[in-house]
Design a binder for this molecule. Sequence first.
Ligand code: AKB
Length: 323
Amino acid sequence: MGSKILIIGASGQIGSELTYKLRDLYGRDNVIASDISDNNVDLVNSGIFEFVDAKDYESIKSCVEKYSIDTIYLMAAMLSATGEKHPMAAWDLNMSSLFHVLNLAKDKFIEKVFWPSSIAVFGTTTPALYTPQYTVMEPSTVYGITKQVGERWCEYYHKNYGVDVRSLRYPGIISWKTKPGGGTTDYAVEIYHEAVTKKFYSCFLKPDTELPMMFMDDAIKATTDIMNAHPNTIKIRSSYNLSAVSFTPRELADSIKKHIPDFEIEYKPDYRQDIANSWPKSINDSFAREQWGWKHNFKLDDITKEMIFQLDQKYNDAKIPSN
Ligand code: AKB
């Protein structure tokens, strides 16, 4: 029998695209999308959808039993910027959901887990350039703390209970289908929406703030690659460094201007500047490349071309009345 997959937090930026991709790969009815809200209409209409509260063990377990789920992708989380406004809620959601899923695997209700970590596990004392897999990790955000602690628990459950958990330290993810919410790297998505609709963006980071980023297609590829890799090749059971491109808001604006020459940007840094300053500028992901063959495809100008093409269709074609 084939795999039965549950995606928790399927309405979000990464969860929704992961759902579509996994349905293409494994069949629509073998991938159950779940979330606490059904307001992502495209996602809800695309196949089976269930209300699942990631903080509620019984809510997850009953869905696992109903559909004989063997694999969970836990995509629900409170991200860095929102987490700083609600520290205890971020801790509660990010940690309780992880324990529920790891315990379901430990107790053999499921066989395999994907859990995303983040570049937020690093902090100001980490070497910022080409950050190695193993280095100083003193995260300063609640989100980063939950991801670092979560990594330790993933490794612990693998070592002590044989849980097949796999994880990636995602950089900022850029995509056009579903907007991200509550992250520090979200500027790199918002900027495209504003460029296409208003030709103007007020950026909450300084022009020279370099951060690691990745196009959604690459992030989804990395996720399916690591989940399909032979278990023996997955030597790191905390989480893998993962990298594609690094750029600053100024470089991103210049890339956009190649397509929209009258695009303008202003810089009004807010509390998210400190978060960005604590994160690496670039990442050394050689373990992922060597151990399970990770390779990215999209560079900055490729991302810009695709984002502007897709968002132009979404916003500007919608204005053309159909007859
Ligand atoms: C955030 O900005 O909080 C996230 C992340 C880098 O994990 N996108």
